[in-house]
Design a protein. Structure first.
Length: 166
């Protein structure tokens, strides 16, 4: 399995070979107190998300109940239980953006990509998220695609912006 950011996926069918990187990671943290979050972060960086198989392997090797691991993973928004797209789109829903038409921007993106907020396109090109604030209120309404901020949006410019990331 490659740790390449362009081609992350978890194809853990349970074979030992598919868990080799995970086992190396777990060996590095063996016996280290408070290691669960760094282990989860590195596992997610390796596989792109935290699959059921990866979580079960971590629980088994670290001797931590799966329920406790699941509790940590679902508490922190940095962790993802499903595959995510190559391009992460975050649409601001803060007050300034809301007043200036953020709902219409979100709808335009949902219509263009044929997914709802929180979803990922079947080809894994895009994941669409809403956020409380991006911190660019003067540019409202605003969205980010990966690390790029796009402001003063109208629904009409959405397809053009998304095309840059296809």
């Amino acid at each position: 399995m490659s740790g390449n950011a362009e081609n992350k996926c978890c194809c853990c069918g349970g074979s030992e070979n598919e868990f080799a990187q995970l086992d190396e990671l777990l060996a590095r943290y063996q016996g280290v107190k408070g290691a669960l979050i760094p282990v989860l972060q590195e596992a997610q960086n390796t596989y792109g998300y935290l699959s059921k198989e990866v979580l079960e392997r971590i629980a088994d090797k670290m001797d931590i109940p799966i329920s406790q691991i699941y509790g940590v993973v679902t508490f922190y928004s940095q962790f993802h239980l499903n595959p995510r797209g190559k391009n992460i789109i975050r649409v601001c829903q803060g007050t300034a953006c809301h007043v200036r038409g953020a709902k219409a921007i979100l709808k335009a993106i949902e219509d263009k990509l044929k997914i709802a907020a929180g979803g990922t396109t079947p080809d894994l090109k895009y994941t669409l998220e809403t956020v409380a604030c991006i911190g660019a209120c003067g540019l409202a309404p605003v969205m980010m695609v990966n690390d790029d901020t796009h402001g003063r949006l109208t629904p009409e410019v959405v397809p053009e912006i998304l095309a840059k990331y296809a």
